[in-house]
Design a protein around this ligand. Structure first.
Ligand SMILES: Cc1cc2nc3c(=O)[nH]c(=O)nc-3n(C[C@H](O)[C@H](O)[C@H](O)COP(=O)(O)OP(=O)(O)OC[C@H]3O[C@@H](n4cnc5c(N)ncnc54)[C@H](O)[C@@H]3O)c2cc1C
Length: 416
């Protein structure tokens, strides 16, 4: 069923009785051409583009919980392509371009809102670093705009420009950045994949792999064994656990990241704002709540809940740039488990086991990457060679010395 204004009118006049479930609930078949493990944003996007772009539809997406239960439904919804390094920038710009046409493409309202993102800077050296980043972005076709403190005083008068410790000296805007309703992305991709014949199987946990003589030919699941000639792992924060079942150890640690939402306020924040001297990012949802977050919890964990020291740290970051946030009441908070890679950049690659592919290491920036990650992973699965925008996301890049250290902080997941 296609969604349209006419369809709303028709259903409205006939008692809204004709709406169909957004996707089917099929029983797993004994075998598929491709199995995708993980029904998060990236897994569903991969299935969608495999079907839409590469005409492959004998595919199952196996999800241990329900669609949207992972990070795709837990993030702070920010999209942007303000990256600097050659391995990253074209990929994230491809993703932003895919976001721009996505709702028409998959015929689903994902509330994509290009309301802008602003990265504040607080010192002269930081301004230099942001100018360099802006130039790299413009050179590779993205948009970037530098704002002085005076520009920002006019646009965002509530910021604390004269904070004694972190004075605001200006900021880097990406006007095409913004926010997207996170779980609608999962539902939209799931619907689009299902419409093309992909089986989306919820409550089906993968518990092991069928690997013989270096070839992977299927998976063991809580709903029985399923065979496939290609198995595509795409489980974000569970990457370490799942790949351990195939005997692989990854350059990834899992940490918790928390998110916070206040009571609904009148419109006050026009776009996304990030603090440059600590870790804090905030936007305002369409319902009015301020949605914000900061650093990961510093210890390894697979629990989807965080601890109090980070709550305090995030609140301090907010107070440093916009003291008015101290008047808002916090309504909700939650945590998600992040697949933190050692250089802060992801992997989309074949493994040394024939038929087994891996997508992960998204840290806390994988939501914005969802469309391009799906597209590039689908390309790899269909052609057995990387998409031109994802050639650097290799599992062996640490061995080769070709790390993609966007932040320049080295192999420290807690700093990325
Ligand atoms: C609090 C928070 C804020 C964030 N903010 C942003 C942001 O503003 N912008 C941004 O770009 N990114 C953000 N991120 C990161 C982003 O959400 C993730 O990088 C991205 O969602 C990960 O990809 P995914 O959607 O495929 O993951 P998930 O939705 O986690 O999907 C993985 C799926 O695999 C399933 N799975 C695991 N093990 C198995 C198994 N054995 N068998 C079957 N299924 C399995 C899980 O149940 C899960 O549904 C944030 C994350 C969090 C937690």
């Amino acid at each position: 069923m296609r969604y349209s204004a006419l369809q709303i009118l028709k259903q409205g006049l006939t008692g809204n009785k004709g709406w169909k479930p957004v996707w089917r609930e099929p029983e797993p078949k004994p075998a598929y051409d491709i199995i995708i493990i993980g029904g998060g944003g990236h897994g569903l996007a991969t299935a969608y583009y495999l079907a839409r772009e590469f005409g492959m539809t004998n595919i199952a997406v196996l999800e241990k919980g329900w669609i949207g239960s992972g990070n795709v439904g837990r993030n702070t919804t920010i999209i942007r392509s303000n990256y600097m390094l050659p391995g990253n920038q074209p990929f994230y710009e491809q993703s932003l371009k895919l976001w721009e046409g996505l709702e028409q493409d998959f015929n689903y309202n994902a509330m994509i809102s290009q309301r802008s993102i602003l990265n504040l800077f607080h010192s002269d050296p930081q301004r230099d670093a942001f100018v360099r980043r802006a130039n790299a972005m413009i050179l590779s076709g993205a948009d970037a705009e530098l704002a002085t403190a005076d520009d920002l005083r006019r646009e965002l008068p509530f910021l604390d420009f004269d904070n004694a410790r972190f004075p605001i000296k200006g900021g880097l805007f990406q006007r095409r950045g913004g926010t997207v309703r996170h779980d609608a992305v999962a539902w939209g991709f799931a619907r689009g994949a299902d419409m093309r014949g992909v089986d989306i199987i919820q409550n089906c946990e993968v518990t092991g792999f069928e690997i013989n003589n270096g070839v992977c030919s299927g998976v063991k699941t809580t709903r029985g064994p399923i065979r496939a000639s290609k198995i595509a792992v795409c489980v974000a924060g569970s990457s370490g656990r799942v790949m351990a079942q195939a005997g692989m150890r990854l350059p990834i640690e899992t940490h918790v990241l928390q998110a916070f939402v206040t009571e609904g306020l009148k419109p006050v924040l026009p776009g996304v704002i990030t603090f440059g001297a600590g870790h804090f990012y905030v936007s305002q949802s369409d319902k009015g709540g301020l949605v914000f977050g900061g650093d990961i919890d510093g210890y390894n964990s697979y629990a989807q809940r965080g601890n109090l020291p980070v709550v305090e740290d995030v609140a301090e970051g907010g107070m440093a740039i916009m003291p008015m946030i101290g008047r808002a009441r916090l309504l909700r908070s939650w945590g998600g488990v992040m697949d933190m890679s050692m250089d802060g950049s992801p992997f989309i690659d074949k493994t040394d086991i024939d038929g087994l592919y891996f997508n992960g290491g998204w840290c806390y920036g994988g939501f914005k990457a969802t469309p391009a990650s799906g597209f590039c992973y689908a390309h790899l699965l269909a052609h057995d060679r990387p998409h031109p925008n994802a050639t650097e996301f290799r599992l062996d890049r640490f061995k080769r010395g070709h790390i993609i250290d966007e932040k320049g902080v080295g192999a420290q997941p807690n700093l990325h």
